[in-house]
Design a binder for this molecule. Structure first.
Ligand code: FAD
Length: 593
């Protein structure tokens, strides 16, 4: 089985990956049920009233929506059956995230409840803690939230000042401090609070009930988007937390926070793709209806460009999400077979793919932002007006680049985790992969262009380029690399391109071996070609930046030549590809893959 980050040095057989065309009837039923729920309970009322949900005025409505989703079993998707949940596998949980994204800000509400607000208990809780809290979270009797961020501790989450002091008789902790930006905080019954016990270096985590007392809430934040999601400051003043509400061990909080964020990051990715697909469908419907110069605007090349581009990016990103989700599920079951408990196995699965989760968070949130931006553009003035609802999607999407770790932090994390796995944990053999490069490099140096059919070779060369340039950067900068964030961010972008492009390629390879409708296959092949063409361009630019930003050296000329050669042109016609892809979805009146 492919280890986390190992995609860079090992090739994968298409048969071994999961592709979205393999969802079972049952999984698709869950997806459709969630979409119907969003349509009937959220979109329809919004369309009728012309107003978006607002946490300042619609708190009761939001809580009611949580209760209604609980009745459908949606609040217990990741909770073990013995505690009243459905205990779905991780990949189905991701599909749920994709579907619920059509509920706009409610996706954040239920996401915080079912993911960051309750998974700390599922993964790290004692049997007593699970029995006490999980059944009530599954029914939404208890609404859950996650309180890590503080006014002075955002990206640097371990620097929080919230303190927990053990009582003299050891029965409880006294919690004091201030948390900020807490999703669901306005109505939460449970807060997973991260605080330092006495003067500990690391955080600990606690399950804190609202009715423990000593908790006051700030006003609802006035935000750019996701206005229907409650976000408040939470103040703890001598809040008495029973000792048995410590999660895991003293000092384990930061570890818990990071693993929970791994899960949050990949879930945010599938949500982003769901939002992007929804936006694209709106864009296509509008472009077909709107006439200018006596034509539907969908007939114009400039509009087809946007539609073809959005569809390609969404299809590619989606391939990487569910490939990873399946890996997480597989790693979990291997860990369970090896004797780990159910909860431990889940954590082992998530921790293994930290590199991929960080890659996906960045990539997919930026695909979403691209899609909502271009959708708004396709709507023209109507896109800018509150009437069409497109501007709400535009505003709501923007948060995905900020929470669950900003995209800057996640870029640094994907690259940093990969280096850690390679050089500290010795899990990935980057050195041997690097040593193999010169021979293949020289033998391919003189071919001037890539042609369709050479996709495997192109992806192998993308990997080699990443390994070669990051090796050169590492040698030149040594430990100073950590301060050269601009270079690390460029390398992280290349790493992401490699993973997403390979995932797309493997999906298409697998589809080729299955019997799919030929019109779909023609488009899928074209999506692959367009994506590779564009990915090579992005890699050329990112690696060019990285190499040009290194201190001057004698070999720089050779390095630039290597980038030009390995990330060379791919002989396809991008305009024709985009047009064909766009025409397919325009005829379908939406994104139908
Ligand atoms: C609507 C909303 C909901 C949220 N929900 C929750 C929640 O439920 N629970 C919770 O605990 N938190 C929540 N957050 C907090 C969120 O996770 C943080 O906002 C986020 O982690 C960034 O922290 P910050 O806002 O303090 O920004 P900062 O950390 O101050 O960052 C500001 C800028 O500096 C950059 N930066 C920071 N450090 C570095 C570095 N080392 N290198 C390079 N660049 C850096 C960042 O990328 C960013 O661009 C929420 C935030 C919002 C806005």
């Amino acid at each position: 089985m492919l280890k986390g980050g190992e995609f860079l040095v090992k090739n994968t057989e298409p048969e071994s990956i999961f592709i979205p065309e393999e969802w079972t009837e049952e999984q698709l039923m869950i997806r459709d049920m969630v979409k119907d729920f969003c349509d009937q309970e959220i979109l329809q009322p919004m369309r009728e009233s012309g107003k978006e949900l607002n946490a300042s005025t619609d708190k009761d409505k939001i809580v009611e929506l949580l209760h209604k989703s609980a009745e459908l079993g949606l609040c217990g998707l990741s909770i073990p059956e013995e505690y009243g949940g459905m205990d779905l596998d991780f990949n189905t949980g991701l599909l749920f995230g994709e579907a619920i994204s059509t509920g706009f800000s409610f996706a954040t509400t239920i996401g915080a409840h079912t993911s960051i607000g309750s998974l700390p208990i599922v993964y790290y809780g004692t049997e007593d803690q699970k029995a006490k809290y999980l059944p009530k979270i599954a029914t939404a009797e208890y609404k859950a939230s996650y309180a890590l961020t503080e006014p002075g501790a955002g990206s640097d989450a371990n620097s929080g000042k919230t303190k927990a002091i053990p009582s003299e008789d050891g029965t409880h902790y006294i919690l004091n401090g201030q948390k900020m930006w807490i999703t669901n905080g306005g109505f939460a019954d449970i807060f997973i609070v991260f605080a330092k016990i006495e003067d500990d270096k690391n955080l600990s985590a606690f399950i804190v009930e609202k009715n423990f007392g000593g908790i006051t809430l700030g006003e609802e934040e006035r935000k750019l988007g996701i206005k229907g999601s409650s976000t408040v400051q939470v103040f703890f003043t001598d809040c008495k937390v029973p000792s048995e509400n410590l999660l895991a061990k003293r000092g384990d909080g930061f570890k818990i926070a990071l693993n929970i964020l791994n899960s949050g990051r990949i879930k945010l990715s599938s949500g982003s793709i769901g939002g992007g697909k929804f936006a694209l469908t709106q864009a296509i419907i509008y472009a077909n209806e709107r006439k200018q110069f006596k034509k539907s605007i969908s007939e114009f090349g400039a509009i087809k460009h946007k539609i073809g581009e959005m569809a390609t990016q969404l299809f590619a990103a989606e391939s990487a999400i569910y490939r990873t989700g399946k890996y997480i599920d597989e790693k979990e079951s291997i860990a369970a077979q090896a004797g780990a408990t159910k909860s431990e196995s889940k954590v082992i699965g998530l921790r293994e793919y930290a590199v991929e989760c960080a890659i996906l968070k960045v990539y997919c949130s930026e695909v979403l932002d691209y899609c909502v931006d271009e959708t708004l553009q396709i709507f023209g003035g109507m896109g800018y007006s509150a009437e069409a609802g497109i501007e709400m999607g535009y505003r709501d999407a923007r948060i995905t680049r900020i929470y669950e770790g900003t995209n800057e932090i996640n870029r640094m994390l994907s690259f940093g985790e990969l280096m850690k796995r390679a050089f500290q944990e010795k899990e990935i053999d980057l050195i041997s992969a690097g040593k193999k490069i010169p021979t293949s490099f020289v033998s391919q140096l003189f071919s001037s262009k890539y042609h369709p059919g050479e996709e495997r070779k192109i992806i192998d060369n993308m990997k080699r380029l990443f390994i070669a340039v990051s090796g050169i950067a590492g040698k030149k900068l040594g430990m100073k690399m950590i301060d050269e964030q601009e270079i690390v961010m460029s390398l992280a972008d290349v790493l992401a391109e490699v993973y997403v492009t390979e995932s797309l390629f493997l999906r298409v390879e697998k589809l080729r071996k299955q019997s799919h409708e030929s019109s779909k296959m023609i488009i899928v092949e074209q999506i692959l070609q367009l994506h590779i063409y564009e990915s090579l361009g992005r890699i050329r630019i990112a690696l060019g930046h990285a190499v040009d930003s290194l201190p001057d050296g004698s070999k720089q000329k050779l390095q630039r030549k290597m980038i030009r050669r390995f990330a060379r042109r791919y002989t396809v016609n991008p305009k024709e590809l985009r047009r064909n892809i766009a025409n397919y979805f325009i005829a379908e009146s939406g994104y139908t893959f």
